[in-house]
Design a protein. Structure first.
Length: 81
């Protein structure tokens, strides 16, 4: 969804909340136009990523690879459980 449209941010958040309601605050965090996939243990991270990508595929959503980053330590992004 192009940003700049009236209510685009709210529409995006509503869509993300609807599609990922069971994963938010457990495996993912959604903030404005960012999604962070998080795991308590590094051994669970691949499974959490797989679940997220399967959901994207199910709803035919796309990511911009140039804006993706993988394997960022929690200390850098500042998300703590």
């Amino acid at each position: 969804m192009p940003f700049g449209f009236k209510n685009a941010g709210a529409t995006y958040m509503r869509a993300m909340t609807t599609l990922f309601h069971d994963m938010i605050h457990k495996e993912i965090e959604v903030y404005v136009d960012d999604v962070v996939i998080k795991s308590k243990r590094s051994s669970d991270h691949i499974d959490d990523l797989r679940k997220f990508f399967e959901r994207l595929r199910k709803y035919n959503l796309k990511l911009n690879p140039a804006k993706c980053a993988f394997g960022i330590p929690v200390e850098i992004i500042g998300i703590y459980r």
